[in-house]
Design a protein around this ligand. Structure first.
Ligand SMILES: Nc1nc2c(c(=O)[nH]1)N[C@H]1C(S)=C(S)[C@@H](COP(=O)(O)O)O[C@H]1N2
Ligand SMILES: [Mo]
Length: 418
């Protein structure tokens, strides 16, 4: 395991954090852990302000329909479910689309509201103990640097959260996503690596943290190893267009495979540190809390790391179909490896293998699949289950966690044929 892996990075960082903080406070490691679990060290543990992801997602009632929480782009009912300030992609909107989700259909997940930033006066500041010199670059400077184009998904760690209640029987806090908190786009930008070298990355550097220019200044650290990965980018183009405001204009981070929150939008600065960086986004939120999880100091529970394998049908939820023979399509994705196979089951019958379309299929993006169904009139449910070439598969059930992260169980998709 390397620190390029999110789980390994967070684990080793936690150990070091406990060591350093207990030393700083003149406590034994054990006493520090006792106090932190009792909540007495909360102030020290939260390196930054702000509330957590679930609480930060006001219901439509709480925002009173406040238009300032709406994205800048159009979010028609036909394409999105309104979970403001978040907007979920409707999967039936992907019927007939190619490999990428068009910008007009891409889900929006904002902790507050879309920041509107003037690209002309925008600067990126690279700073911290881990670089030889502070660097300031304009958008034109970035555009002149070596660029790279990759197809990758961004997926919210809460994608699928509503199934904890509707399938598991226990409601998790936070935005009640079905499965539309994901999208694959073609992203173009400068490898973060290139910018870090420009600032004189020190061999002693260990953590890298992009910070957003939105109200909450959302930020979350990553390891230097991940920052140096060839597909970790500072993105300025999405599907061949300038990055749209709702997706982080003028520049966002792309951190493939890691939890959605790592893909910081409206990046204004990147801190490079010789010391581990900690934020509430890896101690209080984006952690697993629930009956099957133990506290994992200094976090309230094991930290959410990489996204996991999932699949979805390109159908509305619930779907209505005409009776008769037809082809149903969907997409499956895994951060770990290409998709190996997808199976489907109708009304609980034995699983049958679906066809992969033979097109693009890479780790960190998705594969398209399809199967034929002679649909009889009535109420049905269809389950799809993906397995990647590393052997990861979707489970039947997922243990509950209070904040509702990473639900990747097989779900019965309700279908009415009439
Ligand atoms: N600055 C900033 N970056 C952010 C967020 C945010 O609220 N502010 N939300 C994060 C979360 S939780 C997710 S899932 C992705 C969503 O990206 P999208 O809105 O482009 O789909 O952006 C991440 N980057
Ligand atoms: Mo997210």
């Amino acid at each position: 395991m390397s620190r390029k892996d999110e789980y390994e990075y967070l684990r080793t960082t936690a150990e070091e954090y406990v060591f350093r903080e207990s030393k700083r406070l003149g406590l034994s490691r054990r006493r520090f852990l006792e106090l932190s679990l009792g909540g007495a060290l909360g102030a020290f543990l939260l390196a930054c302000d702000g509330d957590d992801e679930p609480a930060a997602s006001p219901t439509p009632a709480a925002t009173g329909g406040d238009a300032s929480f709406l994205p800048v782009k159009d979010v028609p009912e036909t394409l999105f479910r309104d979970l403001r300030p978040n907007f979920e992609m409707r999967w039936n909107a992907m019927q007939g689309e190619g490999y990428h989700v068009p910008n007009s259909k891409f889900f929006v997940r904002n902790h507050t509201r879309t920041a509107q930033i003037d690209a002309g006066s925008w600067r990126l500041r690279v700073h911290g103990t881990g670089v030889e010199r502070e660097l300031e670059v304009t958008l034109d400077d970035l555009r002149r640097m070596e660029s790279r184009t990759v197809s990758r998904y961004v997926e919210c760690a809460g994608n699928g959260r509503s199934f904890f209640e509707t399938i598991g029987g226990q409601k998790a806090s936070g935005t009640q996503w079905l499965l539309g908190g994901i999208g694959v786009a073609e992203w173009r930008g400068v490898p973060l690596n290139v910018v870090l070298q420009e600032a004189g990355l020190k061999p002693s550097a260990r953590d890298v943290m992009p910070a957003g220019l939105d109200e909450r200044q959302v930020r979350r650290p990553m390891s230097v190893e991940k920052a140096l990965a060839e597909d970790t980018l500072l993105v300025y183009e999405m599907n061949g267009e300038p990055l749209p405001p709702d997706h982080g204009a003028p520049v966002r981070a792309l951190v493939p495979g890691w939890a959605g929150i790592a893909n910081i939008k409206w990046v204004g600065s990147v801190e490079v540190s010789e010391e581990p960086l900690y934020t509430q986004w890896n101690t209080e939120t984006y952690v697993f809390v629930g009956p099957t999880y133990q506290p994992d100091p200094p976090s309230l529970g094991p930290r959410v790391s990489s996204q996991n394998i999932k699949s979805a049908l390109e159908l509305d939820w619930p779907a209505t179909l005409q009776p008769g023979r037809q082809t149903l399509r969907g997409r499956a994705w895994s951060p770990a490896a290409p998709i190996g196979r997808v199976e489907y089951s109708i009304d609980g019958s034995a699983y049958v293998e679906a066809r992969l379309d033979g097109g693009r299929n890479e780790a960190g993006a998705w594969a398209l699949f399809e199967f034929d169904w002679d649909a009889p009139a009535g109420e049905h449910d269809i389950r799809v289950r993906a397995t990647d070439t590393a052997g990861n598969s979707q489970p039947d059930t997922v243990p509950f966690n209070e904040q509702g992260y990473l639900y990747n169980g097989v779900v019965p998709h309700p279908v009415r044929v009439a």
